[in-house]
Design a binder for this molecule. Structure first.
Ligand code: B12
Length: 449
């Protein structure tokens, strides 16, 4: 079969992101089918996507839906309209089956299948598409595949894929060169799954709770291949990189062995790692450590079900910085248990974290199938069956999200290293200009005074 895989993502902040998920889907089906990856951003609009459909003449089209919104009350949620328009544009030129997948789709399968009118979807890991295509080819009932979700049906639970995991790296059949030319950043995965149980988070649902490690040797070879294809920086997309320090160090050694000479970054949990851990990662090229810290108030960290406390944040920050890496912290204000006092604890605590950048989100989005969803239902903020595709944010008792945002904005005034959301229009323009001038990588370290 001829399979066209389309990335529907149009978000360009903090920078445009290479659709790595589709490269994994393509990697597995390319053994049996002719496959091509295209992209609404790289192809510049729907007319060009229609041309791809007419030129490639696919038998099946897969559409990847990554973001449903910016998860930020200050940013308008208009992404879904774009996905509806994309599927309509595809339908206007071809009648072949349109299959949805991707993280955004997997969080909201019912809502997005209904909104777009696509034929069906694959919930969770897209490698399952190989079974779907076999079923379509043999004329058997796709609805029998455990991760397939059809119009009007009950969405299945995501099921971990235990078959081969393989990425299509061929620059001719992917859009990597477009993304490498934008920011220099390409992405790489070293494992799947997240064992943490953070109250608000979708990751364990999307990737499962059990860690599935990719072979460090394969990851090292892939990193080298991305570098040879033009990457100037690699971002590791693992939900939380340091959930398996031993595997991390094996990956770092493989980077060195394969001659990786470009820098890399990843998301870390602020859990102290002991002497030498960050130093060895830095030796392999780690330059940007992004901590998903969220709060510096221990009671709030407890309610968010975080596996660390304020003292661990301080120690992790020092360990990473002492190794020579740049450090940033994501701070999430407005979760359960947030009060004026806990907010003060966090804002005051930030003063103890020096030479860093803070990315704030004010308001915590409620996602289905999370502990926060159950809390919000129990507290009467939402009903169990509410459609949450249009974002709903948790409201801490007696502390409106708008008041939190105002307080953080006031505290951030005059501090260029305190960024709210993905930054205001001025910051985003500046970043775009720096990329146009040829700068590469995440660039946030430039905000450190
Ligand atoms: C790493 C990451 C980032 C990094 C990306 C760095 C980089 N250079 O790649 C950064 C920090 C830049 C980032 C930014 C944002 N992110 Co982010 N990010 C992630 C994270 C942790 C991993 C994404 C990833 O690459 N996974 C690995 C790949 C292999 O998985 P995948 O893409 O999901 O693909 C698999 C399946 O989904 C499926 N699949 C994918 N496409 C298709 C298509 C078909 C047809 C099929 C069948 C299957 C299929 O198969 C793939 C292989 O199994 C996810 C959470 C998570 N654990 O998934 C959030 C996540 C994707 N991000 C999210 C959001 C919201 C954003 C931002 C909008 C946030 C913001 N305000 O900044 C921006 C948008 C950036 C952009 N330009 O698009 C949300 C999206 C859902 C939502 N609420 O909309 C997620 C799910 C987190 C969450 N809140 O739940 N992000």
């Amino acid at each position: 079969m001829r399979v066209l895989l389309i990335s529907a993502n149009k978000v360009t902040a903090p920078y445009p992101v290479n659709p790595i998920g589709l490269e994994y889907v393509a990697g597995i089906i390319a053994h049996e089918h002719e496959v091509r990856v295209v992209d609404v951003l790289a192809n510049e609009g729907l007319a060009s996507i229609q041309e791809e459909c007419l030129g490639f003449m696919p038998d099946v089209i897969g559409v990847s839906i990554r973001n449903v919104d910016a998860a930020d009350p200050a940013v308008p949620d208009e992404f879904v309209d774009g996905y509806v328009a994309l599927v309509a544009a595809i339908r206007a030129v071809t009648g072949v089956p349109v299959i949805l997948g991707g993280s955004g789709y997997s969080i909201f399968p019912d809502e997005l299948l209904a909104a777009t009118g696509a034929d069906f979807g694959v919930v969770g890991e897209g490698e399952w598409l190989v079974d779907v295509l076999r079923s379509l080819g043999s004329g058997s009932d796709v609805a029998k595949i455990p991760v397939v979700h059809i119009q009007g049906g009950t969405p299945p639970l995501p099921m971990a894929w235990h078959g081969r995991i393989e990425r299509l790296a061929d620059p001719e059949r992917t859009v990597q060169s477009h993304y490498a030319a934008q920011s220099g950043i390409l992405n790489i995965q070293t494992k799947r799954g997240c064992p943490h149980r953070c109250a608000y988070c979708t990751y364990p649902r999307l990737e499962g709770r059990f860690t599935r490690r990719l072979s460090p040797g394969d990851v090292g070879a892939e990193a080298r291949c991305l570098q040879d294809n033009g990457a100037k920086f690699l971002f590791v997309v693992d939900s939380t990189f340091n959930t398996d320090p031993e595997h991390n160090l094996a990956v770092a050694e493989a980077f060195i062995r394969h001659g990786l000479s470009i820098p890399w970054g990843a998301f870390f949990a602020p859990i102290p790692a002991g002497p030498g851990y960050y130093r060895r990662l830095v030796e392999s090229g780690l330059t940007h450590v992004e901590f998903g810290t969220e709060s510096l108030s221990d009671p709030v960290l407890g309610r968010l079900m975080k596996p660390y406390r304020f003292c661990d944040v301080i120690q992790s920050h020092r360990e990473a910085q002492a190794s020579g890496a740049w450090v940033a912290h994501y701070i999430m204000c407005g979760g359960p248990g947030e009060t004026e006092e806990t907010l003060s604890q966090t804002l005051d605590g930030l003063e103890e974290l020096e030479n860093t950048v803070f990315f704030f989100s004010c308001g915590v989005r409620i996602y289905p199938h999370t502990p926060l969803h159950e809390i919000a239902v129990r507290e009467g903020q939402i009903q169990a069956g509410d459609n949450l595709l249009k974002p709903v944010f948790y409201e801490p008792d007696g502390l409106p999200v708008a008041a939190i945002a105002e307080r953080v904005r006031t505290a951030a005034r005059g501090r260029s290293n305190w960024i709210i959301g993905t930054g205001d229009i001025r910051v985003q323009r500046l970043v775009r200009m720096m990329y146009k001038r040829g700068e590469v990588g995440p660039l946030w370290h430039r905000l450190i005074g």
